[in-house]
Design a protein around this ligand. Structure first.
Ligand code: FUB
Length: 339
């Protein structure tokens, strides 16, 4: 594990080492880890996977999660503390079902937990819950965030103190039902030769409970400056948006879904357009791939999940490993199956 082997691939350098590579949590199933440094520690806000006995389907009904736990660690490789259940579906007035991938932010002396969930009409919206402490418990607002839709929120704090929410996901994430801004229950992905559906961005209001603007498309362009196409399954946006900033450049990373990779695109503006760059994480064990990227004490880390503990797609376990930016700003590809 401590050796520094690396190999060249078509994408970029593959780092085969630097893996902590053990599940961070084993007493419950966890997924979709959003990591942040709060109060000098690493806090992780993941999904809490359960087995609800629902068969796998392409809309993800088997991901029937009912609450969230928060975890923290003093340092990478250190002990992971489970702060217990911090929010339950039973406490959320607008709840239908499925608490999917959350994120968190710190502002105004408070901590905000952002979560996607289907409402009573089975339409995904994004909610917010508030706490005085990063370890919760979190008190939900009575309604979802006005103007929110789809799932997988990621809230990025820029250096000027602005906060932006990136969100969206296709297939079970329902982004295809919002093409054009209005809800269309029969909405489908565009044809393969048309531009792919775009992830969304909205600046957060100062209250952190509402959007300051109508959500906008985040364009992802290829090397020629053309939008990625819906049929470009190896590169087009599927779900799991995350943004980090490195040396003044915005890195928008996401899952390609049915091709199971975490990839990234870069821009000099938080609104984009972003230009596709390459693969951060090759497919993991299990169907979904979902990550976050955070700097801690001068090193960068990738948090992700796989299904090592269960062998089942909907019962996942979170992991972390070191992430390396090359001198030219590119990110070294990580191969989780070969480390
Ligand atoms: O955990 C449920 C869903 O699976 C997430 O919202 C997606 O990103 C995928 O990881």
């Amino acid at each position: 594990k401590s050796s520094e082997k690396s190999a060249e691939t078509a994408d970029t350098t593959v780092t085969e080492s630097k893996f902590l590579n053990e599940p961070l949590v084993e007493h419950i199933f966890t997924a979709d880890p959003s990591a942040h440094v709060f109060e000098g520690k690493i806090f992780i806000f993941p999904s809490h996977d359960i087995d609800a006995g629902i068969p796998d389907n392409d809309l993800g009904d088997q991901y029937a999660m009912r609450d969230y736990h928060v975890f923290s660690m003093e340092q990478p490789g250190g002990e992971v503390t489970d702060h217990g259940e911090v929010l339950s579906v039973d406490e959320i007035p607008w709840a239908g079902r499925q608490l999917w991938a959350p994120d968190a932010a710190h502002a105004n002396g408070k901590y905000y937990l952002y979560f996607p969930m289907k409402d009573k009409n089975d339409v995904f919206k994004i909610g917010v819950a508030v706490s005085d402490n990063p370890e919760g418990p979190f008190t939900p607002e009575p309604e979802p965030i006005a103007g929110s839709f789809s799932m997988d929120p990621a809230v990025f704090e820029d250096e000027d103190g602005s906060y932006y929410m990136y969100f969206g996901g296709i297939w079970g994430g329902q982004l295809q039902r919002w093409n054009g801004g209005e809800y269309a229950p029969d909405g489908e992905e565009p044809a393969a030769d048309q531009p792919a559906l775009n992830p969304q961005i909205a600046k957060m209001d100062d209250d952190m409970l509402s959007f300051a603007e109508t959500p906008k498309d985040v364009q992802i362009l290829d090397e020629n400056g053309d939008p990625l196409l819906a049929g470009d399954n190896e590169r087009r946006f599927f779900e799991a948006a995350w943004v980090h900033k490195y040396n003044g450049t915005y890195y928008f990373s996401y899952s390609t879904g049915d091709t199971h990779k975490i990839v990234y695109a870069t821009s000099d503006n938080p609104y984009g357009p972003f230009t596709y760059q390459g693969v951060i994480l090759k497919p993991v064990q299990g169907w979904t791939n979902h990550h976050s990227i955070v700097e801690f004490n001068g090193k960068w880390y990738l948090f992700y999940h796989d299904t090592q503990l269960s062998g089942k797609n909907h019962l996942r376990n979170i992991k972390m490993t070191e992430l390396t930016h090359n001198a030219d700003g590119s990110i070294q590809t990580i191969d989780p199956m070969n480390n």
